[in-house]
Design a protein around this ligand. Sequence first.
Ligand code: PEP
Ligand code: MN
Length: 370
Amino acid sequence: MIQFKPLADWGFPSFNRPLLIAGPCSAESEQQVLETSQKLKSIGAHALRAGIWKPRTRPGSFQGMGDVALSWIVEAGKKTQLPVMVEVASPKHVEVALKAGVDMIWIGARTTVNPFLVQELADSLLGVDIPVLVKNPINPDLELWQGAIERLWKTGITRIAAIHRGFSSYENSTYRNKPNWEIPIELRRRFPTIPLICDPSHICGNTFMIPYVSQFALDLQFDGLMIESHLEPKSALSDAAQQLTPDELFVLMQNLELRKPTADSPIELSRLEDLRDQIDEIDTEIVDLIANRMAIARQIGKYKYKNNVTILQPERWAEIVRSRTDKAVSQQLTRDFILKMYNIIHEESIFQQTTQMSQEKNANEQTLKQ
Ligand code: PEP
Ligand code: MN
């Protein structure tokens, strides 16, 4: 199993959890970068971020200031003693960024989706021990995210972190990029030591949900936050709707609760143990109940084969959905949750029934042959 280097050993001039990486979506002018950097340093940020090559969905929008902005960022970093980072999306970007002296780099969501490009980036980093932060791919595909991290690790990069910035979806959503928290949670299960940073700015796409998403991430034991901050968000050249002023960011950080992984007092600890025991028992019952339900589904499969009737009966399914969701809602469960759960159960049920039916059919054909 890969042992990632903890953030505390990355060499930040001062480190405390949560790590705060902040800065504008894009570097816009030398003055803006320096002033933002000074303000962010004074509110306790650990590193400065700024995009200089912007991956825009449509041509014609602001594409970033390009190479010229590299020296603005590096200078601002030197003056404020903040490590600085930019997004790289090609080996050429890596080359000029390293030459300019940036301290860290990140790989954007539109790059992580492309294993060819990630490999090229990894190759261009051979022999360079710079921290690399890997954003999740645009689409909710954990394997791609994991693969990108593994490619960098294989190159010899020792300081790697994952940035969770949410996932694109075609459905309407209150989020700009849906968090799908189960994906970073599973990444953490596969890589228990990977530093995890949440980027609530790109998840939310607005400023008012950022506190909620940031707190949620900390409660899931994320190690840090990457938050976009602009001196005058309204006039920002990119992502104007989601950037916080440094002062607003300060207030946000003050209000976040840093909860510990465990309680201190033995009594409180044992209370949690009790509750977890109850959950374990209920989970065992849930698995038993589902197994029983599927055994019945298989019997129905037999019945339907014998009587030659269809598997899916829409009226019956509609009735199940209606009665189960009503019951669930009356017991403090959300309609959306119970619908999702029943869809999965139903899918498995149909699978069990069809398997049973084809087994019956094969057995029947064997008997006929004899
Ligand atoms: C950004 O951080 O400004 C950015 C473009 O992010 P993402 O790759 O998450 O879209
Ligand atoms: Mn942005």
